[in-house]
Design a protein around this ligand. Structure first.
Ligand SMILES: [Zn+2]
Length: 338
């Protein structure tokens, strides 16, 4: 699968795909006329369009498309300025600017009628991957906004019954961590041998996925049998209930593993390193997570100390798959809410 932006015939972006380009113009008009992004997404779904990675359009995918300067034939240069990208655009620069202005103006009202900033939905790249780990206590960091609305990865507050032994002492800004990991992933992709290693990791993920699905099936069959065993008085109702509770916990943990492996196994097959790098820069969070899972065992995050605007040496430890695996982290039950 080639990395491609919706509305363009292929990754070179030299030719528009007229049906998608026309649909994009329609939803941009809708949006500029005041329609919510959810209606734009619904329009695309109703007309049979799917995203370039095969997914259904949602408002967050539409939001991402609207923020992508490629659709206006533009790109962001190294100084952050919007410049001509040297390929045609689906919409005009003026329309693109209007879309960004709408994003900024998206406000809701307080009780007294004053506008408050609404934080847009944030797609956590490592949201349900269990990749990002607290360097202090070994818990999976989960996506959480600060009171000021800044998205971050946070060690769950402990101790609580559902997350024993977590320290709640590590937090890192989500964009900061994602940029840091992204930079290292892209640098790693450019090294020789990476594609072959990725292919191997993907096949391994596929094998593990099949194993886990078998395990899940066996567990569920075991639970189904319990009722019959109670009826036949082969086990007591009480021990059956205990066994069922154990199985339910294990089913939950296996399902989480399956979701993670599925992401890794679904990473698109791309022909060249350049295509992969290009793809990384436009891919939705979910797909980036899959690639990160193929390349990394784990990402350990340590407390920031003073100043949190940059990542100082030693704050984040990347455990690459081509290197020896990390020591096992302390077993901490995953967050019950995810
Ligand atoms: Zn912790």
């Amino acid at each position: 699968m080639a990395p491609r932006v919706f509305g363009f015939a292929d990754a070179s972006r030299q030719t528009l795909l007229e049906s998608e380009a026309q649909a994009t113009r329609t939803i941009v008009d809708l949006r500029i006329d005041g329609a919510p992004r959810a209606r734009c997404a619904a329009y695309l779904r109703e007309h049979g369009f799917v995203g370039t990675l095969g997914g259904q359009f949602t408002s967050s995918i539409v939001a991402r498309l609207f923020r992508n300067p490629t659709i206006a034939g533009l790109m962001v240069d190294k100084d952050g300025a919007l410049v001509d990208a040297g390929h045609p655009g689906v919409i005009t620069r003026a329309q693109f600017t209007q879309l960004q202005a709408l994003d900024e103006a998206e406000t809701k009202r307080n009780d007294d009628g004053t506008p408050v900033e609404v934080a847009p939905e944030y797609d956590y790249v490592f949201g349900s991957t269990d990749l990002v780990t607290c360097g202090l206590c070994g818990a999976s960091l989960h996506g959480l906004r600060t009171n000021a609305g800044n998205p971050g990865y946070t060690c769950p507050d402990g101790p609580r019954a559902d997350r024993p032994g977590t320290c709640g002492r590590v937090r890192i800004s989500a964009p900061l961590l994602e940029d840091y990991v992204g930079t290292h992933v892209v640098a790693r992709l450019l090294l020789p041998g990476t594609l072959a290693a990725l292919e191997e990791a993907r096949e391994e993920a596929g094998r593990q996925l099949a194993e886990q699905q078998e395990k899940l099936k066996a567990l569920r069959e075991g639970v189904d049998e319990l009722a019959g065993m109670v009826l036949r008085r082969e086990v007591t109702a009480k021990s059956a209930a205990l066994a069922k509770a154990d199985a339910t916990r294990e089913v939950k943990s296996i399902k989480r593993t399956i979701r993670r492996l599925q992401k890794a196994a679904d990473t698109p097959v791309l022909g060249t390193v350049e295509e992969l790098v290009d793809w990384w820069n436009i891919a939705p969070a979910e797909s980036k997570a899959g690639l990160a899972l193929l390349m990394l065992y784990r990402i350990d995050v340590f407390p920031a100390g003073r100043g949190t605007r940059s990542i100082k040496p030693g704050r984040v430890k990347l455990w690459w798959r081509h290197q020896p695996p990390p020591p096992p982290r302390r077993a901490v039950e995953p967050d019950a809410s995810s």
